[in-house]
Design a protein around this ligand. Sequence first.
Ligand code: NDP
Length: 377
Amino acid sequence: RSGAALTAQTPSTMRAANLPTVCRRYLNQDVRITRTGKPILTVSGGRSSLGGYTATVFGATGFLGRYIVNRLARSGCTVIIPYREEMAKRHLKVAGDLGRVVFLEMDLRNTQSIEESVRHSDIVYNLIGRDYPTKNFDLEDVHVHGTERIVEAVAKYDIDRFVHVSSHSASLDSPSEFYRTKARGEQVAREIYPETTIVRPAPMFGFEDRLLNRLAGATNIFTSNWMQEYLYPTHAIDVGMALEKMLHDDTTAAETFELYGPTGYTMAEINELVGAEIIKNRRHINVPKRLLKPIGAALNKYIWWPTISADEVEREFIDQAIDPKAKTYKDLGIEPVDLKSVLYDYLKGYRSPSYYDLPPMTEREKREEKKYLHVID
Ligand code: NDP
């Protein structure tokens, strides 16, 4: 039965005609209009909601990916996830109802696979990025040429919205290749698709991050700049929330957002906070840049798991830059979370087992005088 036929009837006439008493008013449905005038039907209904939008999320298998896929899929949007490794994508399947999360195999050099991933979508998110060069892809391949192929596909199929995740401190004349290629990527995206929304997240923290986990999980921490780089870390959940808001707010098209936390810290301060939370002493070894850079370059070249790269050493000497012209969380109505307020949640797994959260249960425990940190009353 078409929607028009149903709305033409009132509930009483439908009952009289023995028709099912379905009325638009009772369906709690809403129609949204996209930037190019396409009507999107949304119906809220828990896990079986209809979000109406189809979104492609490139780079969904990484750290940030799950925080946007989860939001889109649980609100009932169809989420297309281009992936390259079977095992890396499995956790995303359960983010939405049956059929909401669709996987497509993709290769960043295969234009056809990219076009197949975007052509049915209303919005495309590009989260693809790499901190270090790999055997098959250098930073330019990933951040510039990869972005170019994705944006060309977005422009070719006239997709409504394109959200490109770049990085804080992206600058064409940065000494770091990562920041330079990220800035080139932004430029390429805007040249081909001027309505691109650019998102520059600060270093992110969360369960799977490379900030707190790296500091808490190491026995020896090697750095070159005495941990003096200054950052405004941001919560991955806040960035996910911002990316979702961009879908529903078309005024964010063609804008640049810098998403950073409310407080600035040096890496040494973060390290101190981490140490106090996990109650463990880790050794900090400062190696001069002229030694650590070639070591990083060699390690990155010959071993195949992420360690340290020459460019990461270079980035230690660059403080996070804030662009005063860019929009922020405030423009999206989001109050960013401070690192200190959630440290315990993310780090409790690293805490030494010789400390206890509960008050002594037995006489023996009392006698042993263990150190109790959190007494839950
Ligand atoms: P991750 O490194 O966790 O994930 C990167 C994603 O990009 C993965 O899905 C990865 O796929 C994909 N990818 C990388 N290289 C390629 C390639 N050659 N071909 C296809 N896919 C590729 O990044 P995050 O989730 O932490 O970050 C998301 C974005 O935010 C990135 O662009 C990153 O540069 C940027 N950013 C992140 C910050 C942070 O603190 N985490 C700070 C500032 C910016 P696969 O799983 O198959 O490897």
